[in-house]
Design a binder for this molecule. Structure first.
Ligand code: ZN
Length: 310
């Protein structure tokens, strides 16, 4: 059967999915009859098989977006026509695991540019991850102790395997997006002074310092005000004592907050990313001996040189 209409293709998908569900139910029923199984024993295989069913459904639905008979040519951005070449496979990793899609490939003889119209339609590209998966990866990347751990938690939750690098990518993409569209400051807070522009692509060394001070506040009583700072330094010869180097901090930017250490840590990390911590050759964290400071340093700036009480 070679279905050519949308209705026929939908019917074929319905038939395929129904057959799969029937097979699945029969297989599990036989398994239950063969010997006694607890609900817990049943849980994993059922979840895994339902995921496989979901992957088939997702793939089938995506394939419905492919025209039954691809047009022989489509417009190219250069003004000429791109001609149909062949079907090409693409893999996209989703919350249901990897799905494989066949899509039509067109090439323009005039400008040599190739295109897959389905990619634009489904907002995918070969080897990409779905938006829903990326959101979950970023959430785990931002809340787990490491990207490796985030990938492990994802696999336990969804049975989908991704690399720690994928978690890092998704988390950094979200971080970049947050920096582009920061949350509006609380209306009662005074407007922040303008902050220095983002650091150049690869500042050689970034200093990060943080501390807390107890202040007695109206209504709140004694509370710790936390302050973090990112800066660079510049060395100059001391005019009076030329044998000495005079080292000064410059381009300092600050974050300050009345909040718990964990939230403050993320706020400081966000500022450090804005200041180029991910591309710095060297990162130095300076602070007093308080545990809170070094927990933040270990978690957010694990490769930093740590200097206690300079
Ligand atoms: Zn063209």
């Amino acid at each position: 059967m070679n279905p050519t209409t949308d209705a026929a293709r939908t019917e074929q998908l319905v038939t395929t999915m129904t057959e799969r569900m029937t097979t699945l139910t029969r297989t599990l029923s036989t398994w239950m009859h063969e010997q006694e199984h607890s609900l817990a024993e049943l849980e994993h295989p059922v979840v895994r098989l339902l995921k496989e069913l979901g992957t088939s459904l997702r793939t089938g639905l995506a394939q419905l977006a492919v025209p039954a008979e691809p047009p022989r040519s489509i417009p190219c951005s250069c003004g000429q026509a791109a001609v149909y070449q062949r079907e090409r496979p693409a893999q996209v990793t989703t919350l249901l695991g990897p799905i494989h899609i066949q899509r039509s490939y067109y090439r323009c003889a005039a400008c040599g540019v190739g295109q897959h119209p389905l990619d634009a339609h489904l907002q995918i590209c070969a080897g990409s991850r779905s938006q829903a998966l990326d959101e979950l990866l970023a959430l785990l990347g931002a809340t787990q102790d490491s990207f490796v751990q985030a990938a492990q938690v994802l696999e336990r939750l969804t049975l989908v395997h991704v690399s720690a690098n994928s978690v890092r990518e998704a988390t950094e993409q979200l971080g970049a997006l947050l920096l582009e569209h920061p949350a509006q400051p609380h209306s009662e807070r005074p407007a922040s002074p303008p902050r220095p522009a983002s650091a150049p692509a690869s500042p050689s060394r970034l200093y990060i310092t943080m501390d807390g001070v107890l202040a007695h506040l109206h209504e709140r009583g004694w509370s710790e005000v936390k302050v973090g700072c990112c800066d660079h330094t510049q060395a100059r010869q001391d005019r009076k004592r030329p044998e000495r180097l005079d080292i000064r901090a410059h381009s300092s930017s600050y974050v300050r907050a009345l909040e718990e250490a964990q939230t403050f840590g993320w706020r400081l990390w966000q500022e450090a990313v804005r200041r180029g911590v991910l591309s710095s050759d060297e990162v130095v964290v300076l602070g007093a001996g308080a545990h809170g400071i070094w927990n933040i340093a270990e978690r957010h700036f694990p490769r930093a040189i740590q200097i206690v009480d300079w």
